[in-house]
Ligand binder design. Sequence first.
Ligand SMILES: Cc1ncc(COP(=O)(O)O)c(C=O)c1O
Length: 412
Amino acid sequence: MPGGVSSPVRAFKSVGGQPIVFDRVKGPYAWDVDGNRYIDYVGSWGPAICGHAHPEVTAALQEALEKGTSFGAPCELENNLAEMVIDAVPSVEMVRFVNSGTEACMAVLRLMRAFTNRDKVIKFEGCYHGHADMFLVKAGSGVATLGLPDSPGVPRSTTANTLTAPYNDLEAVKELFAENPDAISGVILEPVVGNAGFITPEPGFLEGLRELTKENDALLVFDEVMTGFRISYGGAQARFGVTPDLTTMGKVIGGGLPVGAYGGKAEIMSMVAPAGPMYQAGTLSGNPLAMTAGIKTLELLKQEGTYERLENNTQRLISGILKAAKEAGLPITGSSISGMFGFYLCDGPIRNFEEAKAADTVRFGKLHRAMLERGIYLAPSAFEAGFTSLAHSEDDIEATLKAFQQSFAEIG
Ligand SMILES: Cc1ncc(COP(=O)(O)O)c(C=O)c1O
């Protein structure tokens, strides 16, 4: 396997050392093949919001397994999950299930172009929307606005239609619209950025994008693959009160099985085949096992007080991390929303990817190793958000903060 992993972020290239090979996961914990236990703040990169292998999810899956693993035909479970998503996410009136976040973003881009009859799209530096060609434009570099591809194998002709702007910069978006009249299909963004560390939208940013897209007859698309059902039950759009035209989802709605989804206004979604002419399909889409894990996970999340618990626990964690670093005399800035958090080893505030690059990545690598030695598994990159789950107890948070105190003191 290239690099020994099935997805690049799992490798330890940016922090040094070899990736840990997991044997099993349960609740807030992961065990490696040597039997070491870690408190896990990656949570399979987001899906494990109820904790790994939640007994109710596992039991529902066992039952579903008996009925078969794939139908290749409509199943009732798809309808159930679709209803739950439509009820929860303000922008979603119709939804199509796919198998990953990448697939959802790839399809939504085609839909943006099909609906508006325009080819260009605006994305933000540091936002990740999966690995489809048009999204692989180098974030943060000067050439990004020229639409030069980020990876060999991506044709320049494809990324020439991808325009980029710094996050939290409405003026830059305004200029792109002015420079490309009637050519931009829409704006896609992570409403809270988790792929450049953890960057929150400044007050007015999401609202401003909503207005700008309306003024220019373009679509606003929230990529809620990471934030959906995590920032709140209705995602970032419910929390911030800004409703996009289209939304992509993944991670949490699959409860740990491979799922993605895109949805939005019925008028736009009716373009998707077979209701409309925009083609998009999938052999395993709406798979009964994935739908079952998603439904059970959303049922658990819907219970009273879940998001308050996530919010409070995560707030305690990030406050403790910031305090520990400051006590060790290290520069740090960070924040959290609901069950998502992040910190940078530099002075803040961080408003965009360019500013995030000031973070001390060498020191982060040392911190990552020191934490691993103390049984804490953080994302192996200075530029990935951390995730907590409902299974992380106060004791887990306390143990984690103790490890941070010792680690900061060691690396300082
Ligand atoms: C915001 C966002 N969009 C899209 C994706 C791609 O999803 P997947 O890895 O399921 O293809 C990710 C993955 O981390 C993501 O964070």
